[in-house]
Each structure stands twice: as structure tokens, then as C-alpha cells.
Design a protein. Structure first.
Ligand code: MOS
Length: 763
């Protein structure tokens, strides 16, 4: 059987659309997901769901040693398994010069990326060393278990705490990741001289990505050799670019699609080895190939790095900070210097004349760490905010009062004004909603039944980024609008929000608007990351719709008896399917009448959205939050319940109240996870992560999540984006674990300086 041509996409059933009758929407409305029905009815096909006749199923064999060399494989039994077609290893993989050099992706850190099946070297435990290809998944899985490997082992170093003395400066920082700024004042002298101070070490273990959808790639090979690659990625164009470069395939030979992604918050920023191996297998066999990693194999690529931090804070007796010293050491691989921004936030959040920040790495025999939701800030701001809490007790001061005492009106790191910063409003509204004023200062003051009750708070901060993007729009004579950009929707609501922006811009009912994303052939869009998609792609969508408005206006003016003949575009609004003159009753034309004047040809527009860097550079741009939380601690069992969270967010203009709230809820749940549940335990002797399943790697379940109250304070940031939006993807997580940790101290008087805060640490 020959492999079929790729399915046309979007097929009508797969293209997310608002429900008929949704009607007119405005920016800010709580619009339900346009992809909701497609997903819950099972019509949305994820990367590993695609099937074509004749395709092969691939199962990866992972290394069982952390470092060494493959001496030989015994593949006889595996090859003899019925329905097995082939087994790829470093010995028989396709060879091309490009495969020796071009593995860098758009978000790669400095160094040289891991190249799967490149040679006999084993660089980390769980490294993919063979790929079994069979006519059924079951056959491939069975055969994969029959592969035996003879290794020559070498000594490995996988434990961060055992190798801190090897900490070195990062060799470089990738775009968007700034090294710590130069010291300000003399932080050490100020610390030594201060009347009140704290000096504390914090530790956070490695955390692994566990989205619902496992990482997967399906390569559909057309009869002409064209590859349509369904990849679990946050950026189809990044995956396409890497495949083209690694395998020397022109842009027209490969299309990458990711119309549906079952969760990803950093795991899909970089192309994973499943992409490379699936394409390699397809080229090797000239067949379509589907490769889905197992849940256990989700622990064999990047993770949030294990990190050790020391924070020293000093203050006058009135609470004024006089010194901030924040040092961090994190793990990286031998291959790359993975960096994140861990300590820099400590120089941005509070006023202090003396600041010293330091960040170092230790190379280990592990896979390179990678971004995970709010990379750097999740643990860096955690340490700062727990330290601030510790300082508040040392001062005998309310923790919120301490933050307000040191509130920074200008960015202390740069002395620049903020584009917008309504953090004070977050503190005020959040505290009021929570009832913070009733909090007793002393720990162990509240008890209910057999549980101690504690209240804690923390500040959150995240970047407000904008990249560049293109968008294309086609307005059909019947008033249907199609907008497209190679954006992604990792479950965040991109489909919905982009359609909403376009519908609002042109006054169209939402069900008349289609937003297409998730295809590398669409207009350029960045990877969905850094909480920048709305400010970036949303602004491109707004821009292309404004071009359409201009085009419609030009046409409308020329229509006989047009009410717009002498008007200016600024006087026109697009409202409920019509153009109308602001404030002039009856001066309007239905859009379909305007479009009819074009003689039935669709109106098309393209737009390139470039950030206004000259303007943006004059401001510090960030989102902020204030998190208040209540915990109940059973001291005998050491169990902690996070019974109440109020998260007050300042993230610019909120485009969709419903999907934005959902982002913050998800961030809070992840914060609970960071505080209480997640940690990958490494076994030093074997050099591998041991708890690689949901039985032992804990994430919150429904019973762990109680009352979460999200509130957005008013902010409208026209510096960050023309929409006024900043971004809500990551800010919801930052500070949550610190607020929980601080609440646990308030409940118990016990300060836990490592995450997760498991029962053994609380008892
Ligand atoms: Mo995010 S960690 O930029 O997906």
C-alpha cells in the first residue's frame, strides 16, 4: 500500500469555529473557546493521532546508563518479532553532512544541541539509542523490549549538590535572557552594617514537563516525497526550520503542523528528539511514521533545572531595604549552557541602593534543562519572596507593609519608568478580597479543628514581551472573515482570542470569523512562549483588520449616496455588521453592501507587526501580581491544604476575561504543584530520574485544588502592544509557591526552604 497524500487541512470538522449564534463580541468579553467543541468531541487530532494507511509505528529504546559508550546491540530477537520492519540505531541511520552540524533551533541555548542517534556515545540516562519500526504499535513496543545493549560505562556526575564547587559563569545568554546586571552600591558592606538581616539558602529539585499529551510526531509522507509533519510543538515554523536544516530538505519539502497541542509550557519550545527521530525514520523507510513517547520517556528530555539559591536581605528597623544579595547555582548539561533569569528579578522588584546578583551553572551528565512555565521566575522570585517574608518576621512587620515600604515606582535596575505598573492596586484589591487586614502577626495564631491555619502572601513579576509577526486576512463577499498566522494554541486560547480581536475590529459576529494557526506555511509567527502571543500575534491580527477597515472605507466612500463621502476613517466605526458614522443616526452601510461594490472579489490584506522598539526601550515592561493564600496544616500528618488563593493580576488589557482567568487558574494550580508536589528524584548511583510516572511524580489532583479567586486590576498598556495587552500565560504562577510557603510558616512557625514542601518537612 502506498502512503496517502496528507489530509487537506483544515478539514471542515477540525477548524475551530465559534458556535452559531455566538454573535457580536467586544475586547474583554468572556467568550467561550471556539475550539471547545472540536476538542471535547474528539475531532481535534493531536500530533500522535494522525493515521494514514501503510504508516509505521516507532518506539524509542532509551539508554539505561548515564554515561559511556554503546559497544554493541543485539537486535536479533527484536528483528525477528512479527511485523517489525526495521530498527534504527547510530550504526544504520541515514547519513548526511547536515546531520553533523545543523541542530540549532530558534530557542537553543549556547553550546551544541543533543543529536539523537548520532554516535555510540551515551551522554545521559534515558538517551534515545534505537528506534524500532513496525507495522503496529504493539509489535514495535514488544520488539523495543527485546533490544539488548552492551555498554562500556564511564563515571557520571549527575548530582548538583555534590558538584557545586564546579559552578561557572554561563558562557552566554540567548536572546531575551539577560545576564545578571552589574552590582549596585556595595551590597556586602551594607549587609554587614545593617541592624536587621536574614541570610537563607533555598533549594528546588528538578521538575519535569507532564502535559496531558505526550510528546509525539507523525510524519505523513506524500507520494512526491513531501513530508507533512504533525509535531507537538509551540512553534511549527521552528520545527520546520530545524527539520529542513538537519535533513537538508528545502522549505517546500516539509510542512509542520500543530493545529492542536495537548498542553505545553516550555516542553514544546524546542524541537524534541521525537521530531528528529520520526523524520529520520520516515526518510530511512520511505514510509509515513508515527512516534509517541511514553509517559516515562517524558522524563528523558529537558526539565526545570535543580537550583540552589542564597538570598541575603538587610534592612533598617523601619523596614527600608539596604542590601539585596541573591546568588543562584543551577544545573546544565555537558552539551549546552541552559540559562534562565533566576536572580535578576531581585533587582527589579524593590528599592535598595545596594544590590548584588550572581548566577552560575554546573555541568552534569543529564539532558539540557529547558524552560518550564515562568522559567527562572518560578524559583528565583520564590526565593526572594520567601526571604522577604523571613525579613518581615525579623522586623516584626506585616509582610505586605514591608513590600509597600520598599515599593519601586521606577525600575530600580534601570531607573526607567514602567510602561504600566498597577502592582499597588494588586496589593490593595487582593488584600481586601482576601481579608488580609484581619491577619494576626504571630505564627501559630489560628487553628480550626485539628488543623493550624496560616495566611501568606507574595509578589509576582514576569516580562511583558512582544516579538514580530505577520498576519493575513481575507474578507469574503458574504461577510465571512478568515485570518491566519503561524501561531500556536497550546491550550491557552489563541484560536478564541485572535478570532475575538478580529471580530471586534470589524464588527462581525464571532461565528463568521475563522482564525487559522498551527501550520508552518502560514504567515510568520513566533513560537508561543514567554507570554507574548497576544501582544504579538494579537497585534498583527488587529493590524491586518485595521488595513481591511481602511480598504472597506475607501470602497464605501465611492458608493452612490455614501454617508461616508466626506468622512474621515477616524469618524467611522464597525458595528454589528455595518459601518457607521460615529454619532450620526442612520448614517450607516451594511458591510455586505460595501463588499458587493467590489464585484464579488474577496478583500485581502497582509500585515507585518514590528514592535516599536524605540518607544519600548524607554520603559521597563513587566506584568505583576499579588498572591494571598490560606493553608491548613495537619501537624501530625504534615499534610498541607491550600484552601484559599486570591491572585490579583496586572497584565495590561484583558482581551478575553474567560480564557485569561483560565490561564491564571492554571498558573495557580502549577504554583500549588511547585510548592507541594513536584520533584524528580535523581539516583546518584544510576544517574537517572527514578520517579518517572504519575504514581511517583506527583502533580495536583482535584482534591488538592480548592478556592481560587482571580482578579484583574485595570491596566491598559499601549507601549507593550497596540491592543493594550501584556500577557497572562506565566504571571499566574509566579509567587504562588512563595505565598504558600509563607502561609505554612504563618500556620506552623516552621520555615521550609526547599520545594516541594512535602509532609516530612512539615511534621
Ligand atoms: Mo513558556 S516556558 O515560554 O512556554
Amino acid at each position: 500500500m502506498t502512503a496517502a497524500h496528507p489530509q487537506p487541512w483544515p478539514s471542515p470538522s477540525q477548524q475551530p469555529m465559534a458556535e452559531p449564534g455566538t454573535g457580536y463580541v467586544q475586547i474583554g468579553d468572556a467568550v467561550a473557546r471556539t475550539d471547545g467543541r472540536t476538542k471535547v468531541t474528539g475531532q481535534a487530532l493531536y500530533a500522535g493521532d494522525h493515521f494514514v494507511a501503510g504508516m509505521l509505528f516507532a518506539v524509542v529504546v532509551s539508554s539505561t546508563i548515564a554515561r559511556g559508550r554503546i559497544v554493541r546491540f543485539d537486535l536479533d530477537r527484536a528483528r525477528a518479532t512479527p511485523r517489525v520492519r526495521d530498527i534504527l540505531t547510530h550504526e544504520n541511520r541515514p547519513r548526511k553532512r547536515s546531520m553533523d552540524i545543523f541542530y540549532k533551533d530558534m530557542t537553543a541555548p549556547g553550546g551544541s544541541p543533543f543529536k539523537p542517534l548520532h554516535g555510540d556515545a551515551v551522554l545521559y540516562s534515558g538517551q534515545p539509542i534505537a528506534v524500532v519500526l513496525a507495522e503496529t504499535f504493539e509489535a514495535a513496543r514488544e520488539a523495543a523490549q527485546l533490544v539488548t545493549v552492551e555498554y562500556e560505562t564511564a563515571a557520571h556526575e549527575t548530582e548538583l549538590l555534590a558538584h557545586l564547587q564546579r559552578a561557572h559563569e554561563p558562557k552566554g545568554f540567548k536572546a531575551g535572557y539577560a545576564p545578571p546586571p552589574k552590582p549596585k552600591g556595595d551590597a556586602d558592606a551594607a549587609f554587614a552594617a545593617a541592624p536587621v538581616k536574614i541570610d537563607a539558602q533555598y533549594y528546588s529539585g528538578a521538575e519535569h514537563h507532564n502535559p496531558m499529551e505526550m510528546h509525539a510526531t507523525t510524519v505523513v509522507r506524500g507520494e512526491d516525497g513531501h513530508l507533512t509533519v504533525y509535531d507537538k510543538t509551540q512553534g511549527s515554523q521552528n520545527s520546520r526550520w530545524v527539520v529542513s536544516r538537519v535533513f537538508g530538505l528545502g522549505k517546500d519539502k516539509v510542512t509542520v503542523r500543530n493545529p492542536f497541542v495537548g498542553g505545553a509550557f516550555g516542553s514544546g519550545l524546542r524541537p524534541q528528539y521525537n521530531l528528529i527521530l520520526a523524520v529520520m525514520a520516515s526518510l530511512h523507510t520511505a514510509c509515513s511514521v508515527r512516534l509517541v513517547l511514553t509517559r516515562q520517556q517524558m522524563f528523558t528530555f529537558g526539565h526545570r533545572p535543580e537550583t540552589v539559591q542564597r538570598v541575603r536581605l538587610a534592612a533598617e528597623r523601619d523596614g527600608m531595604l539596604t542590601s539585596i544579595i541573591h546568588e543562584a547555582v543551577a544545573e546544565t548539561s555537558r552539551l549546552e549552557d541552559y540559562v534562565e533569569v533566576v536572580v535578576n528579578w531581585s533587582g527589579q522588584l524593590y528599592m535598595s541602593d545596594n544590590v548584588r546578583l550572581d548566577y552560575k551553572l554546573v555541568d552534569l551528565d543529564r539532558y539540557s534543562p529547558m524552560d518550564m512555565r515562568a522559567p527562572g521566575a518560578a524559583h528565583g522570585v520564590h526565593a526572594l519572596e520567601v526571604a522577604m517574608d523571613e525579613l518581615s518576621y525579623a522586623l516584626g512587620m506585616d509582610p505586605l507593609a514591608l513590600r509597600l515600604r520598599n515599593y519601586a515606582e521606577l525600575d530600580p535596575a534601570t531607573d526607567l519608568p514602567h510602561s504600566t505598573k498597577e502592582l499597588k492596586a494588586c496589593y490593595a484589591h487582593g488584600a481586601e478580597r482576601f481579608g488580609w487586614a484581619a491577619r494576626p502577626l504571630a505564627p501559630r495564631s489560628m487553628r480550626e479543628g485539628h488543623e493550624l491555619v496560616g495566611w501568606g502572601m507574595a509578589t509576582g513579576v514576569w516580562d511583558a514581551l512582544q516579538m514580530f509577526a505577520r498576519a493575513r486576512a481575507v474578507l469574503h463577499p458574504d461577510g465571512r472573515l478568515e485570518v491566519s498566522s503561524a501561531a500556536s494554541d497550546i491550550g491557552t486560547g489563541t484560536y478564541t482570542v485572535m478570532a475575538q480581536i478580529a471580530a471586534a475590529a470589524l464588527g462581525l459576529p464571532l461565528e463568521k470569523v475563522t482564525f487559522r494557526l498551527g501550520d508552518s506555511t502560514l504567515p510568520v509567527a513566533p513560537i508561543e512562549g514567554g507570554s507574548s502571543h497576544v501582544a504579538t500575534v494579537g497585534s498583527a491580527v488587529q493590524g491586518v483588520c485595521e488595513k481591511l477597515r481602511k480598504a472597506l472605507f475607501k470602497i464605501a466612500r465611492k458608493i452612490d449616496g455614501s454617508p461616508f463621502a466626506k468622512a474621515r476613517l477616524a469618524d467611522v466605526e464597525f458595528h454589528r455588521g455595518a459601518m457607521r458614522l460615529k454619532g450620526v443616526a442612520g448614517a450607516q452601510l451594511p458591510l455586505v453592501d460595501v463588499l458587493a461594490a467590489t464585484g464579488g472579489t474577496p478583500l485581502e490584506a497582509k500585515y507585518l507587526m514590528l514592535p516599536h522598539m524605540l518607544k519600548q526601550r524607554k520603559y521597563s515592561r513587566a506584568t505583576h501580581s499579588a498572591v494571598f493564600c490560606e493553608v491548613r496544616v495537619d501537624e501530625e500528618l504534615g499534610t498541607v491544604r491550600v484552601t484559599r488563593v486570591v491572585s490579583a493580576i496586572a497584565a495590561g488589557r484583558i482581551i478575553n476575561a474567560r480564557t485569561a482567568r483560565s490561564q491564571i487558574l492554571g498558573g495557580v494550580v502549577w504554583g500549588i504543584s511547585q510548592a507541594l508536589h513536584e520533584e524528580a528524584h535523581s539516583d546518584g548511583a544510576q544517574g537517572r530520574f527514578m520517579n518517572h510516572s504519575f504514581a511517583e511524580y506527583h502533580i495536583p489532583v482535584q482534591a488538592d485544588v480548592h478556592d481560587i479567586d482571580v482578579l484583574f486590576v485595570d491596566e491598559d498598556d499601549r507601549i507593550v502592544s497596540r491592543l493594550g495587552a501584556k500577557g497572562v500565560g506565566e504571571i499566574g504562577m509566579v509567587g504562588v509557591a512563595a505565598a504558600i510557603s509563607n502561609a505554612i510558616f504563618h500556620a506552623t512557625g516552621r520555615r521550609v526552604r526547599s520545594t516541594p514542601i512535602t509532609p516530612d518537612k512539615v511534621m
